[in-house]
Design a protein around this ligand. Structure first.
Ligand code: AMP
Ligand code: ZN
Length: 463
């Protein structure tokens, strides 16, 4: 499989670790709210990569962290002027008047439900930041020992960015370009650092604060960037094959992660960085702060199968922005319904057409060219030279890759009148009254229902 490497700016063959597995790390959610469908697009990327590797017969391991502490609200859009940034979970706990761990577990469960709704395969492990504190403090101790981290005069521990010469290679930001005053000095709590672009690995905190831990350097809590280094180093000590995330994480999160992990291991720890583009909604960035977020529950409320969204994502390349609209979602829903209906009525036996299977897999293997794969499938669907049974068998085989549950029976609402006519026709057939049965078939056809007869009796679909 080839994927576009953000750092190298080119497509590259994915490389396994020395153990022969493709080791994948994907930055997980911060569990202080329901994930929006933009987040889910990024998580789907990890699923499509794994399904493609599986189709190629390759083995993989997949780890995704759960950020339940240390992710601060330092988004310029959210920050209230003059306030120091707040931990997202603690802020939400205050708002909902709940315990922060209760908040985190609640939204973590919701995240797993959303994954299931989109048929995103579970990771091998979901390590939580709050349960990985000793991994994090061990790594910080190691960085201090190497001379790449220090305790600031405010008691917090900082990464000394100038100890990593190659800083900025993923996002093409060099240290000289990063002006003091850009994003770094927004954080008034980080006043103890020696250089403007250093960042906190561990934040000193008041002992009364919730979600803090005792360490040799005092009471505090971990920074967000060190969490991902600690977890990826723990699960994949020999390096990461693929590191995934949304495009916004390129800087500073992934630059900081890379600096920490590379310095700690004295190696290029991540072999390939892969980023998914953003999802917009009705033309604007999907963000809580601008009030235009869409959740899986919003789709359910409108009677839309979340897998229609999966189909829509497949029709777009992961490295292009998608502007999501309700019209687009509804169009995807009708394609999904049509495919399911056809599969339910396209006969029962047939042969898998290897040529199209290979073509579709080939598109997935080439940097997830899913839009071309979907076009090829539509063409195959329309090809009248191929028997329906073969189409059915082929679509079902490819669903391992697509994950659209194509064999699911659509529940179509039909009126009582239609139901009565269908029953009457079935009785006419059992009574061998062919004249009446044909009459009823024509009547149903006029009402948009196509009836066909098979060895197991009568079946129907919408015209
Ligand atoms: P968060 O829970 O905010 O830490 O984000 C989880 C993941 O969703 C990260 O990989 C982000 O890069 C990604 N993400 C955030 N917003 C969007 C968006 N609008 N479209 C696609 N991915 C996004
Ligand atoms: Zn991360």
């Amino acid at each position: 499989m080839r994927l576009y490497d953000t750092k190298e700016e080119r497509k590259r063959e994915v490389t396994p670790s020395s153990a022969g597995t493709i080791d994948i790390y994907c930055c997980g959610p911060t569990v202080y709210r329901f994930a929006h469908v933009g987040n889910m697009r990024t998580f789907l990327l990890g699923d499509l990569v794994r399904r493609t590797l599986r189709a190629e017969g390759l083995r993989y391991r997949y780890i995704q962290n759960i950020t339940d502490v240390g992710h601060l609200n330092d988004d310029v859009n959210i920050e209230v002027a003059g306030d120091s940034p707040e931990d997202k979970i603690l802020a939400q706990a205050k708002l909902e008047q709940k315990d922060p761990f209760e908040i985190a577990r609640f939204y973590e469960e919701a995240f797993h439900r959303d994954l299931r709704a989109l048929n995103i395969m579970p990771a091998d492990a979901y390590p939580k930041a709050s349960e990985s504190i000793s991994l994090i403090t061990d790594l910080i101790a190691q960085l201090i020992y190497i001379g790449a981290a220090y305790q600031g005069n405010d008691g917090s521990l900082y990464f000394a960015v100038r100890s990593f010469k190659d800083y900025g290679a993923i996002s093409n930001n060099s240290l000289d370009q990063l002006r003091a005053g850009h994003r770094f000095d927004l954080n008034a709590e980080e006043s103890g650092k020696r250089f403007h672009a250093d960042w906190a690995l561990w934040k000193a905190a008041d002992a009364n604060r919730q979600m803090t831990w005792q360490t040799p350097w005092g009471v505090g809590f971990p920074g967000w960037h060190i969490e991902c280094s600690a977890m990826s180093l723990h699960y994949f000590p020999n390096g990461v094959s693929l590191h995934l995330g949304g495009i916004d994480l390129r800087f500073p999160h992934h630059e900081n992660e890379r600096a920490q992990s590379n310095v700690a291991t004295n190696s290029e720890f991540v072999r390939q960085w892969v980023h998914g583009e953003h999802l917009l909604f009705e033309g604007r960035k999907m963000a809580k702060s601008s009030g235009n977020v869409l959740h899986i529950s919003d789709l359910n409320e409108r009677g839309i199968d979340p897998l229609a969204l999966r189909l829509l994502f497949l029709e777009n390349h992961y490295r292009t922005q998608i502007n999501l609209t309700w019209a687009g979602i509804e169009a995807a829903q009708s394609t999904l319904k049509r495919w399911r209906m056809k599969i339910a009525t396209w006969g029962t036996s047939g042969e898998i057409r290897q040529k199209i299977v290979e073509e579709v897999q080939g598109f997935f293997s080439d940097d997830l060219e899913t839009p071309s794969a979907m076009l090829a499938l539509r063409k195959f669907e329309r090809d009248e030279s191929i028997p329906d049974g073969d189409k059915r068998a082929t679509f079902i085989a490819l669903d391992e890759l697509l994950g659209l549950e194509l064999t699911k029976r659509e529940e179509v609402e039909i009126s009582e009148e239609i139901e009565e006519l269908l029953k009457e026709r079935a009785s006419a057939r059992s009574a061998r009254n062919w004249g009446r049965s044909d009459e009823l078939r024509d009547l149903l056809a006029q009402k948009g229902i196509r009836v066909s007869d098979g060895p197991t009796g009568q079946s129907w679909e919408l015209n």
